[in-house]
Design a binder for this molecule. Structure first.
Ligand code: SF4
Length: 270
């Protein structure tokens, strides 16, 4: 299988130059590197520009509702552990309305790969501030003068909540993202990949990310305390694998005895 074999015939509706094109390319290249057949892979998303991605892939896919991609994906993975499940989200979808699910998905540590395309705004609804917007970003449609609120730090929160693998890649460097995405998919447990994916329509300044990002100066650590110290001072521009934990993934025993419907009815009778 080559990268092009993972693309569906649906033409993306993203704005020309959107960072999400690079993410789509890196994902198809990663699947080709892993030689996973399309029916072995499910891509689950919520709502937003980035969440359109399942439609552009020839894998199984589900375009869910706002903020709910992680519970959907969790249900799928625990009932079909044979599937490689990739969850796609954006900063608004994943860290605002889906914020609570994010915490508990990290805590549960089901074997999922969570890719979050962060452009620090809501693109689909025309450019409002999101949880990761800089406090002084003045162009937000509802926040002239900026939000004045410190941004959410997804990697710090992910680590504190139990994510087992944490990395950052650039959406504009598809080839650079492939080895990281590959490791994220192969690492057991909940893998969080933070993707800097510029929105060229509502914040053209993000085109500068391409020049500003750098490889993280240190190797990934498996020590959560060391990772916490590094992530707390992270300026959002270090790329690479930043933390590799070794927690056992959660996977219920599907063959375990389940009570019959009659027994359950008795237990819940009022
Ligand atoms: Fe991409 Fe922004 Fe256009 Fe959405 S609005 S498709 S995030 S460039």
């Amino acid at each position: 299988m080559a990268a092009k074999d993972y693309k569906s015939g649906v033409k993306p509706v993203w704005c020309p130059g959107c960072g999400d094109y690079g993410v789509l390319l890196s994902l198809t290249k990663t699947l080709a590197e892993l030689q996973l057949s399309p029916e072995q892979v499910s891509v689950i998303s919520g709502i937003g520009c980035s969440s359109r991605i399942p439609a552009y892939l020839k894998t199984f896919g589900f375009h869910g509702v706002h903020g709910r991609a992680l519970p959907l994906a969790t249900g799928l993975k625990v009932s079909r552990p044979d599937q490689t499940v990739i969850v796609a989200s954006g900063d608004g979808d994943g860290f605002s309305i889906g914020g609570n699910h994010f915490l508990h998905a990290c805590r549960r540590n089901v074997n999922l790969t969570y890719i979050v395309m962060d452009n620090q705004l809501y693109g689909m609804t025309k450019g409002q501030a999101s949880p990761t917007s800089a406090p002084d970003w003045e162009k937000g449609k509802l926040t002239p003068g900026g939000t004045g609120i410190n941004p959410f730090h997804p990697l710090v929160v992910g680590l504190a909540s139990g994510a087992n693998f944490i990395a950052r890649v650039s959406g504009t460097d598809a080839n650079g993202a492939v080895p990281i995405l590959k490791q994220a998919i192969e690492h057991p447990g909940f893998s969080l990949v933070h993707i800097l994916s510029p929105c060229i329509t509502y914040n053209r300044d993000q085109l500068e990310w391409k020049k500003q990002v750098r490889q993280a100066p240190v190797e990934a650590t498996s020590d959560p305390a060391q990772a916490a110290r590094r992530l707390m001072t992270d300026d959002n521009l270090n790329l690479g694998v930043l933390y590799k934990g070794n927690r056992k993934p959660y996977q219920p025993d599907l063959k375990a005895q389940v009570d019959s419907l009659e027994v359950l009815e008795e237990q819940f009778a009022v």
